[in-house]
Design a protein around this ligand. Structure first.
Ligand code: 1GP
Length: 249
């Protein structure tokens, strides 16, 4: 999955991932969202959520999406319960700016042997939650990174990189009023250089995706806007196109 995404980033400049929270709808509806998003050009489906996103509902949602779409399914776990074998890859993430060690290393330790036994691909990822942070900021007890202090986000991103994390996820929180500022994205990408930068939270249209991609995002994540869209395929296509245009600009 990591290689697949790298190739897309190399070829297209940017990749797009659709986030589906298994707790937000029935598995059949999640399949509809995933199928239409893939038709609109999304490159992978990411499954996860901060609360209630695990167990049987996750197992079934992942299984049904896998049976119906051809793109990879990536787990984005909020805790050990966010793991299922019905996926292709897991983001082995650490919420570096949490005040709670459970979200930095504790849940990871509890899930490590399970992951080892399955042999599933995992990608080490620094997860950085910025203002306003949304539910994940609250649940993960994040010391929210201020939007006006990009250098703090860059310091955390470098910390992750020096630890060997190949992905960095700059998160505004699902449903944020606005995407992260381009200055913050740009400052983080500048220090990360070739490491992959994911940006998500509050990206709702092609224009916003273009700004994030131009600023330095390698992967754009959209969840809420796609979950709520009347025409999922059309909105995904607009966001994917916007991101690509932004990268070329
Ligand atoms: C949340 O960054 C993602 O983890 C997506 O955010 O739901 O606002 O698109 P949105």
């Amino acid at each position: 999955v990591e290689e697949y995404l790298s190739e897309i980033i190399q070829k297209e400049g940017v990749a797009h991932v659709t986030l589906i929270d298994p707790a937000s709808q029935k598995p059949e509806e999640a399949v509809r969202l995933a199928t239409e998003a893939v038709a609109g050009g999304t490159n992978a489906i990411m499954l996860g959520g901060s609360t209630d996103a695990g167990g049987q509902l996750l197992d079934l949602t992942a299984k049904m999406i896998k049976e119906n779409v051809s793109v990879p399914i990536i787990l984005f776990p909020g805790s050990t319960s966010g793991f299922t074998t019905n996926a292709d890859c897991v983001l082995f993430m650490s919420l570096l700016n949490s005040r709670d060690p459970h979200y930095i290393v504790g849940n990871q330790m509890l899930g490590a042997l399970t992951l080892y036994k399955t042999g599933m691909e995992s990608i080490p990822m620094a997860y950085l939650v910025c203002e306003p942070g949304g539910t994940v900021g609250w649940v993960g007890d994040a010391k929210l990174l201020p939007r006006a202090k990009p250098e703090l986000a860059a310091a955390y991103a470098l910390t992750g990189k020096y630890y060997g994390m190949r992905y960095t996820y700059l998160e505004a929180g699902s449903g944020a009023d606005s995407p992260l500022p381009p200055e913050m994205i740009g400052t983080v990408k500048h220090v990360l250089k070739d490491s992959v930068l994911i940006v998500g939270g509050g990206i709702r249209d092609g224009k916003a995706a273009a700004i994030c991609a131009k600023a330095g995002a390698d992967i754009i994540v959209t969840g809420t806007a796609i979950e709520k869209a009347d025409d999922v395929k059309a909105l995904t296509a607009e966001i994917v196109m916007g991101a690509k245009m932004g990268k070329k600009a």
